[in-house]
Each structure stands twice: as C-alpha cells, then as structure tokens.
Design a protein around this ligand. Structure first.
Ligand code: HSE
Length: 399
C-alpha cells in the first residue's frame, strides 16, 4: 500500500479523501493507495477515521512511509513553506493551489527536479478538465501559438445570468454567492485575479519560460452592465471573461471581459463551466471543456495526479522547468492588437473622422452611440479614444 497524506480538509481535501476511499479498488492492480494522515488545524470529532487527523506537519514530513502529499490548503502561507520542505525531503507533492504554483512554480519545480520527485498541479487550472497533462504530453509535437480560456466559473456564472436572465451584476453576484460558487469576499474571482493566475500557469507551460502573473494586465467584470450585454447582443456577441495569451516573438497575455462572437465555440460555454482553446501550429485548434471548479471535479484531477506519481515509483520522474523569462519577454499591454467596442457621447461624424468606417449600434441608451473599431493596437486606440467623449470600452476577441 502506498501511503498518502492530505494537507487541508476543506472542500477539495475531503473530496480527495472520499475518492481515494471509494475508488481505491480500481487501482488495486497498480498499487493500492491509502491515506495515512490528514493535516488540519480544525477538529473533526465525527469523522469515521479520526485517527488519521494531525495538527503537526512534522508527522508527515518525517514519516518515511508517506510517498505523496496532497496540498489542498490554498493560499500562499504556510502552503509554500510546507511544499518546499516536503519536496526537499524527497516527497512527491500534488496540489490544486493555483496561487502557489503561479507564484513559486519555478522554484518548486526546480527543487522537484533536483530531488527526482513530482510536483503536479493538474487541478490548479480548469478544475476537473484535463489541460495541464495534455499541454505537457499530447500537444508536445506542436508549437503552441495561442491560448484562449474561460478560466473562472464564478464570473462565467455571473455573466451567464446577466445574459440569459437579465440580472444586473450585483444580483447575479449575490445569486452566485447563494449557490456557493462565489466566496463571501468575491474579489479574486470578479476582479480577474484567479483567471490571471491560471493564465500565467498555462502560458508558462506552453512556452517553458515563467510568465509572472504580475506581468499580466488584468481587468475583472465588475464594471460590466446590462447595457453592455445588450450592445454585445446587437452586434452578434456575448460578453465573457477571457484569459488570452499568444506567442510570436514575445508573449502577449491579458485577462479581461471581451466580446465573443456568437459563432465562436467559447460563446456557448455557460454557467460555472470552463473551457480552454489551444491553438498549435500543426494541430490547429482544440477545445477542452468541463467543470472548472467544485469538490469532486477538482478532487478527481488531484487524485489522478496522485496515481500518476504512484505509477512512477522508482522511475526517473518527468519534470517541468520554467526558465526565468528574459527582460522584455512579455509585451506591454498597450501593444495588444484588438478591435474595440466603444460607448461614446460623441457625434458619429467625429467618431468616423478618427476611426474611419466603423460599425454603429444605436437605441440602447439615450444620447449614446455604440461602435466597434477596426483592428488596432491598444496604444493607437487609446490615443484616439482620448480625443472622444468615451464612456467605456470592451475588447473584441480575435480568435
Ligand atoms: N473560484 C474559482 C472559480 C474556483 O470560480 O472558478 C476554481 O479555481
């Protein structure tokens, strides 16, 4: 029996425990897996296996029988210190913690390589959707050109409620909280920080150079109104929070609400679902779709990583390296090229004299015109928009 420890007995940690307990027979032929410790600062007096619980991290760190540790604590500290100590002590670590991977990924992966152990994080992006492993193996023959993702379930639920049920942002957010999707402090989701960390992980994987999430220009959905939703509909789009990255000579990455054409598959990804489109130079386009959050979808990705590490007992581990990115590797945000949807109080003649022939939509809000520009860099756009009376703008996704 291979012994595993779980750190953090919240939603994901308890899901991991239950899957290992219930599905273990499936892996019998491989190598049975059993939970030896559960680390949590709380007490669980009614748990049927109370004897597994400990509050002492050293019990796990110093137990030579523990082969793999699941870090489902979330947050940076002490998850970082614990993970580092475990890897340095030769233990395999599996995590769902996107914040930790996005922040300390290069260092933790380097330690894992030096110690010939795994640091695996399939569940950190897209919950139960297989995306990390495909990017590291099935898509290896390709040069990845572009990643376009709906990477956050909470914001996708909120936008779907706005689009389909005509709820405004605060009503839709409150429903997301009632359904248990959004946290009481929903800022990491609605401000785009969660999607930003996931995009940083995918971009680092795609091009093997570390993309620091702090270098990704990020905008959330808090300013999106029902009028924006109506304009989008009139032009043939829906609004989605998109994580977008591409590599030509440099990497360009951004997270923001975007107009997504109703003809593009991501427009049909609704509710709490996530989807990631990956474009490879020989593959063309592939879309990965599924449940991006929740107890069992996330825990099933974690347990799959545990099994993967168990399968490689005694073998040389496959490792990932995220080299530090060279200066200037990430393009500045204002060099991004988009078409822009704009809401403006200016006259159509003035708009056309600045932007040329644009597509107009009227009748959503009195005294206001909506229009969509041609493709241009963000710098070019902002220079022109500064001359106009602009109320707001949203980028249009170029797939
Ligand atoms: N809060 C995240 C979401 C959970 O809504 O997608 C999964 O990372």
């Amino acid at each position: 029996m291979v012994k595993v420890a779980i750190m953090g007995y919240g939603t994901v940690g308890s899901g991991v425990y239950e899957i290992i307990r219930d599905n273990n027979f499936d892996y019998e032929a491989l190598n049975p897996i059993g939970v030896k410790y559960i680390l949590d600062i709380r007490d669980f007096p009614d748990h049927p296996q109370k004897e597994l619980f400990t509050k002492n991290f050293d019990d796990i760190l110093n137990d030579g029988e523990v082969y793999c540790v699941v870090e489902a604590m979330g947050g940076l500290h002490p998850a970082y210190e614990f993970t580092k100590a475990l890897l340095e002590n030769g233990k395999n670590v599996v995590t769902s913690n996107k914040e930790l991977v996005a922040t300390y990924g290069p260092e933790l992966l380097q330690i894992a390589k030096d110690k010939n152990v795994n640091y695996l994080f399939e569940a950190s992006v897209g919950g139960g959707i297989p995306i990390i492993k495909p990017m590291c193996s099935s898509l290896m023959s390709n040069k990845i050109q572009k990643i376009i993702g709906i990477l956050n379930g909470t914001t996708n639920f909120i936008l779907t409620e706005m689009i389909e049920k005509n709820k405004d942002f605060s009503e839709a957010l409150s429903d997301a909280q009632k359904n248990g999707y959004a946290e009481r402090d929903p800022s990491a989701d609605v401000e785009g920080h969660d999607a930003c960390r996931k995009l940083a992980i995918l971009s680092s994987l795609a091009w093997s150079e570390y993309v620091d999430y702090k270098d990704i220009d990020t905008e959330g959905i808090t300013k999106i109104t029902l009028d924006d939703v109506k304009y989008a509909d009139k032009f043939g789009y829906v609004i989605k929070l998109i994580g977008y990255s591409e590599k030509n000579d440099k990497v360009f990455a951004r997270v923001s609400p975007m107009f997504v054409s109703k003809n593009y598959p991501l427009s049909g990804v609704c509710g709490v679902f996530n989807a990631i489109v990956v474009k490879g130079n020989y593959l063309g386009t592939s879309m990965f779709y599924g449940r991006g959050a929740g107890k069992f979808p996330t825990a099933s990705a974690v347990v799959a990583d545990v099994i993967d590490s168990v399968r490689h007992i005694g073998a040389k581990k496959q490792y990932l390296e995220w080299k530090p990115a060279a200066e200037g590797y990430i393009k500045p945000a204002n060099e991004g090229v988009f078409r822009f949807f704009v809401r403006s109080q200016s006259q159509k003649e003035q708009i056309e004299s600045l932007f040329g022939n644009v597509e107009f939509a009227d009748g959503i809000k009195d005294g206001e015109t909506g229009f969509i520009t041609d493709l241009m860099t963000e710098k070019e756009f902002l220079d022109k928009a500064n001359i106009l009376n602009v109320n707001s703008f949203i980028r249009v996704l170029e797939a």
